[in-house]
Design a protein around this ligand. Sequence first.
Ligand code: FCB
Length: 471
Amino acid sequence: MSQGHSSERTTTVRFPEGFLWGAATAAYQIEGGAEDGGRGRSVWDDFSHTEGKVAHGHTGDIACDHYHRLDEDLALMADLGLQSYRFSISWSRVLPGGFGEVNREGLDFYHRLVDGLLARGIVPNITLFHWDLPSALEEHGGFRSRDTVHWFADYAALIARELGDRAPMIATFNEPWCYAYLGHADGHHAPGLRDDKAAVTVAHHQLLAHGLAVDAMRAERNDLSLGIVINPSLARSEGEPPAPADALRRIDGIQNRWWFDALLTGQYPADVMEGFGALADAVLPGDLEQIARPLDWIGLNCYFDSLFSGLDPDPAQAGAPGNQPVLSFPTVRSVRPAPVRAEHTDMGWPITPDGFRELLVRLHHDYPDLPPVYVTENGCAYDDPVVDGVCDDQRRIAFLTRYLTALRAAMDDGVDVRGYYQWSLFDNFEWAFGYDQRFGLVHVDFDTLTRTPKASAHWYRGVVAANGLPG
Ligand code: FCB
């Protein structure tokens, strides 16, 4: 880290004192060490080892090899000046069978991680479930089974007992919408099902597991700071023909209102429940009360507005590849992805900082009981090479500047945001896209596993130090 920051630089966008700056990762995306130290398999091991599921047949077997390079990576975090590090625990590393016998060696890895962070003054922020369900539990029906809800609560209690004294900030789930619908309705993610009822069941069971886990963790310790991480997104029509208004309302219900209404008001939205009908049979009396446990904070992962077009009505287009309905929203079969915008990242995701601001403000207005917010993920994929030891990712800096400016504007509008985590610390295994999509502040050469902080990493270090954007 050689780039200094001259004293005459002015900071134009400042954040409140105490605002927490961090970076985020997830276990399966970085750890590797898939077969080491007694770790059990997860659904992502099984999925990535199934032909045709992940680009180029990539797997997380090695990933960034973080499991074996913990000290180097902790040093890197300290060097970047991170104030907090959000990571997830591999459930099958600590409980290879999903429940029952604890794998001490796996748990020790997280003890070392937490202790290493604290020794460097970095606040740990744990996520318990970032999609890598133990395969042993998937064999019992995964989150389609109500049993898994109780096994999750037991796992949560174990982590609270083991790590809660030093790492009190714990989120139960990461983006349960994705696990439910990408995993069970459109099959793009593990476990790769295409079954609407299974998806709705998993959506509900994750929330129920969340509520039970909150109780189970609080029973272990009364000083924890508990949250959950949701990925809300504004649904908008773009392109021709327009997406039907009713479809957009349903999408908003399934992606946004379902989660916030349940967690913060103790009810699922009536219109979504009516649309789901028998798909939501898993919702039993008393469940919502269990789900709506008070939270200390809520994490929001924000990347882009969700843009949809209507289906092309021309019968000649009926089976065309660009005219297929989106499958990840049960009861909605009348929209397709909008054409890729001119302004997009290498992932094809639109760049929508204004929507980010609008979304935060909307949540603040719609939910008077919205707890303090952490933006637990935000970032962009750009494939910039390392040339002579330098990765000059100016597009990432431009992207982050716009999103952080929008975030600050939302805070001026009254949204109580306490911190921001950049996704991601490293280039890593980007799920079904394999290693093609590079989200890191730190470049990883996946042949040599060499880490090279990008220009954005140096820039972000300056943002953290200045508590704002350099002018
Ligand atoms: C989010 C996931 C995270 C990463 C980013 C790009 O949906 O939580 O693991 O894949 O997208």
